[in-house]
Ligand binder design. Structure first.
Ligand code: AHG
Ligand code: MN
Ligand code: MN
Length: 334
């Protein structure tokens, strides 16, 4: 039997790759792993426990306020970062504004995290895969002070680490610190994430495309042409690609990372900026895609080069296998 490498061991081994590293990033990754195990446990109970299902603001039979799983996950990650002591502030999809942690210890911390605590939340109540996404940066403001908006609004290229957790048929954590991408599967019997997908590479091309095609009539001509290309027998494969759309970005991305494919959420007449959020959805997945040999773009600009102006900024998003994204760009720019 080959030796099992736990996430903990892997993180410790990799710390040696960063001379002078004092272990803060390793502790942040560990905090994320612990929080995501708790979220995974709660996700696995969805449908059993009435405080997990149901909408925010309702009260259950005991008079306790019911919480949506997005809020449960949000609180779990915030608690992990606040107690962990390596993070001075966070921004999350579930909070209108960023949060600067106020303890003296947190104010001295050097990092910020931006995250989508629960991605694909429309899939929770129908038992379909969902995920969490995170992005880690060095703060720009002086350590010892409160985190600022400027700390949150950095270009994706500055990410120190990024990753996601997929609550699928198994729970997986996939992350990068800018030196390749590695995936870990949670072994529920020992409660550990174990290295299962070392040095992940996105195939250069594939035959899977993922887009909400309900929007096809309200997006620009280049997108319609690209989808027609995917469906044509005259494309590079000489046969129509397969359409696969889960509606959970993490799950659609993960499938394409392994099998090769493209994910598209374009600008539409009803969402002229696209739907997905730059800071905690597109940037982290763009870094992972590029680290695995793939590409991520708005169709006009590399995602990782965008200067953010707002916390919840949306951008059109094309991500996946290099050749497929390049083909989509060529039709958009025609
Ligand atoms: P979230 O649940 O974090 O709000 O994200 C939902 C996102 C993404 O996961 C998914 O790919 C996309 O919204 C689906 O949108 P449509 O229902 O418009 O296809
Ligand atoms: Mn999301
Ligand atoms: Mn979400």
């Amino acid at each position: 039997m080959s030796k099992v490498t736990t996430l903990n061991e892997f993180i410790m081994d990799r710390q040696a790759d960063f001379p002078g590293a004092s272990g803060e990033l390793s502790r942040i990754l560990n905090d994320i792993a612990v929080a995501s195990k708790i979220v995974s446990r709660d996700v696995r109970k969805a449908g059993l426990v009435d405080h997990i299902l149901g909408s925010q603001g309702e009260t259950n039979i005991q008079g306790e306020e019911q919480q949506k799983l997005d809020v449960v996950a949000d609180n779990q990650f915030i608690k992990a970062f606040e107690n962990g002591g390596e993070i001075c502030g966070i921004a999350s999809e579930e909070n209108d504004d960023f949060i600067a942690f106020t303890s003296e210890h947190a104010k001295k911390a050097k990092y910020v995290v931006l995250f989508d605590p629960l991605d694909g939340s429309s899939n929770i109540d129908v038992n379909v895969s969902i995920g969490s996404i995170f992005s880690i940066y060095h703060r720009i403001s002086e350590p010892g002070t409160l985190a600022t908006l400027e700390d949150m609004l950095q270009i994706g290229n500055e990410q120190i680490a990024a990753g996601y957790v997929l609550y699928g048929s198994s729970t997986m954590l996939v992350y990068t610190t800018g030196r390749g991408v590695n995936g870990f599967t949670l072994d529920p019997s020992i409660g550990e994430f174990c290295l299962s997908h070392a040095n992940m590479q996105m195939p250069e091309t594939g035959r899977l495309y993922a887009m909400n095609e309900g929007n096809i009539a309200i997006c620009e001509k280049g997108i319609q042409e690209y989808i027609a290309y995917c469906q044509s027998s005259e494309n590079d494969k000489g046969a129509p690609y397969s359409g696969r759309y889960i509606g959970s970005l993490v799950a659609d991305f993960h499938r394409n990372l392994i099998k090769g494919g493209i994910y598209i959420y374009p600008a539409t007449d009803s969402s002229p900026e696209g739907k997905l959020r730059l800071l905690y959805e597109c940037n982290p997945l763009a870094l992972i895609a590029e680290q695995a040999g793939g590409l991520a773009t708005t169709g006009r600009e590399r995602i990782l080069n965008i200067e953010p102006t707002q916390l919840h900024q949306r951008v059109p998003f094309f991500v996946g296998s290099k050749n497929m994204v390049e083909k989509a760009i060529s039709l958009l720019q025609k």
